[in-house]
Write a protein that binds this ligand. Structure first.
Ligand code: ADP
Ligand code: MG
Length: 669
């Protein structure tokens, strides 16, 4: 029998090639498929008579017989065209499909079909263009219902997902509901199987809403359960205090090539005060890109080292771990302490080092610390009870600091991260010149290229960012691979590098080091370079396909330059010149405040779009609106009720399992 935990190939009609494609999306089991949620829904419940069709850009379904089915090669565009005439009692209509020559044999004159698509005027005649086809004798999947649209994913169309999910109903009914019955009743929520069923195939818009209500409640509840259990856990544990070492800190500050900003000093002060207490530190350090979070935590780790405690710093990727190591190690050694890099591909420095830098796998691996007392996580995930339990020795847990560059309004941070104290660095180091930002139309590329050349001539470096790695036939957006060639042609005398997520870690490392060591002039990259990359000599950031990024994300990218006394520049160029898009990019060009841009993004594009990156860093909401303070409060209240009844969630083992799983999110490019 196929159950939710079965491997996908146990389902009918899933062969090796399809399961391989699904695996690249992380869909390995039936349950993964069930949890691959649609991103939108189309109401196609109505059948439309042919005589009522108008070219209004809306999809409609007609129920018709076909005649005159004919496939031929179009004379000028070298395309295979299939034409037919559709007939229903109200009238007739020409239909056309492109490049689907097999239709000639699969479509049969006289059979009844459901065709779903848009009508357009073609050579003066209303025509149904490339409709989806279903036999009228079969239960419809793509029409006559509220039809789910799945996230765009290369070779896997919504159509394929719909067909796969249409078979899942009996298995979805077996999904265990992990939510306590009492909570479900109290908050008026449908059962989990019912919610999952109606999310994929809603019986009505009302059922869809109740499915969304239930599943978004769950998302918020799981975060709150984690937040609240961390809070309770911390109340039940102690930490070893790390004394403040004021003199030592003064000594470090004197040796720095710059003065700390007011925000940095305040954050450092808050942290060292926390660390000197027996209550475990649990602090979120928030600061815009380039605000200088690294030095603040480096000093904190040095203070720990001075007291003979070990520290660990975890970054989201190996590239960033390596970068942290490069910038932190010299300072640490200057003060007579040792620093170590430990990732899958790199092991540098002594095993007994005072400070260990790695990826989030540091904690999961069996690497041993003999006196770990400070854990710092950069842009990664929340640090849950599970991980703290692992590090606990004789009831004592290490101090914990989390770093983020996402500007989260303070009030929201308090509801979301009820367990964390908050430090904010709100200003940039003094002496930095504001980055000159210009929104260019694709025709104006020349001025960006001219400036890149000028900066290279002056010994500076440039980034060129594209949204995609490879060319896509569906989107004509620039890809890193193609842009790499383009830039090489445009700058024949420059040394150009390419960086994206599909390169091996060693290759990425090599490219990053080469760029850092000024062996490359221009780096063409995807957003793999987004978080934390520090190349002070880079002064130009050219962002291609800029319409595909949120304002907050553009701001993060812009923050990769302007990290020195040199004047820096940022160019944002959309794929196509379009008024709305240019307007949005102009707004970006005129604003330098990350918090403000995040807020505007929120207004213009809704919460989902901007905080995508942060969601992957801290938690992943697909349905819940994490800016909805009322819904979060409600989830918090429910979480407290459940924890009051069963402090360790032992009464609800399947819920407990969910909380830990949801807690550790994997950062993806
Ligand atoms: P982020 O907060 O984005 O992690 P970093 O810590 O990487 O920022 O700092 C960005 C750059 O600014 C680094 O090159 C760092 O050496 C430098 N920096 C940090 N603090 C100051 C300061 N107070 N004055 C001048 N430069 C600073
Ligand atoms: Mg950083």
């Amino acid at each position: 029998m196929v159950t939710p935990v079965s491997k996908l190939d146990q389902l009918p009609r899933i062969g090796p090639s399809l399961s391989q494609k699904l695996a690249t999306l992380g869909i390995l089991t039936v349950e993964d498929l069930i949890y691959y949620f649609p991103r939108a829904w189309e109401d196609l419940t109505q059948l439309t008579p042919i005589s009522h069709l108008i070219p209004d850009g809306q999809k409609r379904t007609i129920r018709v017989k076909l005649s005159g089915i004919n496939t031929f090669r179009s004379p000028y565009k070298k395309m295979m065209l299939t034409q037919a005439i559709a007939t229903d009692p109200s009238g007739t209509l020409p239909v056309i499909w492109f490049n689907q020559p097999y239709l000639r044999t699969t479509l049969k004159t006289g059979n009844e079909y459901l065709l779903t698509g848009k009508v357009e005027k073609r050579s003066g005649k209303l025509t149904l263009v490339s409709p989806e086809i279903e036999r009228a004798s079969e239960v419809p999947v793509h029409s006559l219902r509220i039809v789910p649209i799945y996230p765009e994913s290369g070779a896997l169309s919504s159509k394929i997902f719909r067909r796969l999910c249409a078979n899942l109903a009996p298995i979805i009914r077996q999904v265990e509901d992990y939510l306590p019955e009492s909570i479900r009743k109290e908050y008026n929520l449908v059962s989990l199987p019912e919610a999952l069923l109606h999310l994929h195939f809603p019986a009505s818009l009302e059922f869809l809403q109740s499915a969304k209500d239930r599943l978004s409640f769950d998302e918020l509840l799981l975060t709150q359960l984690s937040v609240q259990s961390v809070k309770q856990f911390l109340q039940s544990t102690k930490a070893e205090p790390i004394p403040q070492e004021i003199e030592f800190i003064k000594e470090i500050l004197e040796k720095l090539p710059y003065k700390l900003t007011v925000g940095q000093k305040k954050a450092l002060w808050e942290i060292v005060q926390d660390l000197s207490d027996t209550k475990p530190t649990n602090r979120l350090l928030e600061g815009d890109v380039g605000s200088g979070k690294t030095i603040v935590i480096t000093i904190s780790m040095l203070v720990a080292a001075k007291n003979k405690f070990q520290s660990a710093l975890m970054a989201p990727t190996e590239v960033l771990a390596y970068q942290h190591y490069q910038s932190i190690q010299p300072l640490v050694e200057q003060f007579g302490f040792s620093c170590r890099l430990h990732t899958q591909s790199f092991q540098l420095g002594p095993e007994t080092a005072d400070i260990t830098i790695g990826t989030h796998a540091l904690i999961q691996e069996s690497i041993t610390f003999n006196n770990l007392n400070l854990v710092i996580v950069d842009e990664q995930h929340r640090f849950g009870v599970e991980q703290r339990e692992k590090l606990k020795k004789k009831g004592i847990v290490p101090h914990f600091i989390s770093l983020t560059a996402t500007p989260i309004p303070r009030s929201l941070a308090l509801t979301l991260f009820g367990d964390l104290d908050l430090s904010v660095i709100s200003e940039k180091p003094i002496g930095r010149k504001p980055i000159i930002t210009r929104a260019l139309t694709p025709q104006e590329h020349g001025s960006a290229y001219k400036l890149i050349q000028q900066e290279i001539n002056a010994g500076r470096q440039a980034f060129v960012i594209t949204p995609l790695i490879l060319e896509s036939d569906r989107l004509n957006t620039k890809s890193a691979e193609k842009e790499f060639k383009n830039i090489q042609t445009l700058f024949p005398h420059a040394r150009v590098g390419l960086l994206h997520g599909r390169l091996t870690t060693e290759k990425k490392q090599l490219v990053m080091s080469a760029f850092k060591n000024k062996l490359l002039d221009i780096l063409v990259a995807t957003t793999v370079i987004e978080v934390g990359v520090d190349i002070p000599n880079a002064t130009v950031m050219l962002i291609e396909g800029a319409e595909r990024f949120g304002l907050a994300q553009l701001h993060q990218l812009r923050g990769r330059v302007g990290r020195s006394m040199y004047q820096s520049y940022c160019f944002v160029v959309p794929t196509e010149e379009e008024e709305e898009i240019m307007k949005r990019l102009q707004i970006f060009a005129q604003n330098t405040d990350g918090f403000k841009l995040a807020e505007m993004d929120l207004q213009m594009r809704g919460p989902g779009s901007i905080f995508g990156k942060m969601q992957s860093g801290f938690f992943r909401y697909r349905l819940a609106d994490w800016t909805d303070a009322r819904a979060i409060k409600q989830a918090q209240e429910a979480a407290l009720k459940i924890l009051a009844e069963s402090p360790n969630l032992d009464k609800y083992p399947s819920l407990k399992k969910k909380v830990t799983i949801e807690n550790v999110t994997v950062h993806s490019e």
